[in-house]
Design a protein around this ligand. Structure first.
Ligand code: C5P
Length: 235
């Protein structure tokens, strides 16, 4: 199984193309986030597909159920492999996201239902930040509860930091997908990531996929950096 997802955190189609061309020998899934999608639009998804790779569309939808359902459908029509919504959008929103993807895949057999992930608590938030928006739970508890809600609504998994993998695995069981960013091999700089974990540790703790950006994209030899990380997680 492909477990490595590379974050295309660049602002133009041209830069994204350069990375995909360089990496597609080893990397089969690329994450397209808000910056790149807002700048380059659906063209970037077509470009990744043209290199026989798949897309994790990281747009973290959070809106009224009807709007999120329609946005999920639009993403599925672009044939993304994986996408996400904020679990804080609530039960109805999550349920509608799931329903709209199932309905579309049933109606149109050519469309494979994308994997749908919930974003629990952003890793930039601490207990105090949660309290400021009226949530008086510890981050870890809130993460676990939102993961449980995501599963109950039919989502396939969640995005979670290295610190949260074990608690989610324990509460949600072996089949729930956990996608972990903030991954740093020992040989790479940490950048602004604080709660980091190595690729091997993340997989050992139970991550299904890891998301790696700068340690690969800003290395002087991105292809070799990707190869080293794959050897670490597969070997
Ligand atoms: O360059 P780096 O490896 O830090 O990139 C990690 C990617 O994962 C970025 O696209 C970042 O936005 C994303 N991410 C994260 N932490 C989260 C959720 C997403 O670092 N909790």
């Amino acid at each position: 199984m492909e477990r490595l997802i590379v974050a295309l955190d660049v602002s133009s189609l041209k830069e994204a193309l350069k990375l995909v061309k360089t990496l597609s020998k080893y990397v089969k899934i690329f994450k397209v986030g808000k910056e790149l999608f807002t700048s380059a639009g659906p063209e970037v998804i077509k470009m990744v597909h043209a290199h026989k790779c798949q897309v994790f569309l990281d747009l973290k939808f959070h809106d009224i159920p009807n709007t999120v359902g329609a946005a999920c459908e639009a993403a599925a029509r672009m044939r993304v492999f994986m996408m996400n919504v904020h679990a804080l959008g609530g039960k109805q929103m999550l349920f509608q996201a799931v329903q709209s993807l199932h309905k579309l895949a049933e109606k149109n057999k050519k469309i494979k239902r994308p994997l749908l992930l919930g974003v629990t608590v952003l890793t930039s938030m601490k207990d105090q930040d949660l309290a400021e928006v009226g949530i008086y739970k510890k981050v870890a508890e809130e993460v676990r509860d939102l993961a449980l809600l995501s599963k109950a609504c039919g989502l396939d998994g969640v995005v979670a930091s290295g610190q949260e993998i074990e608690i989610i695995r324990k509460a949600l069981g072996p089949d729930f997908i956990i996608v972990t960013p903030g991954v740093r091999p020992l040989w790479a700089a940490h950048g602004d990531q604080k709660r980091i974990i190595t690729p091997k540790e993340a997989i050992k703790k139970g991550a299904s996929f890891i998301v790696v950006g700068r340690p690969i994209t800003q290395d002087k030899d991105p292809r070799n950096a990707a190869k080293k990380i794959l050897e670490e997680i597969n070997g």
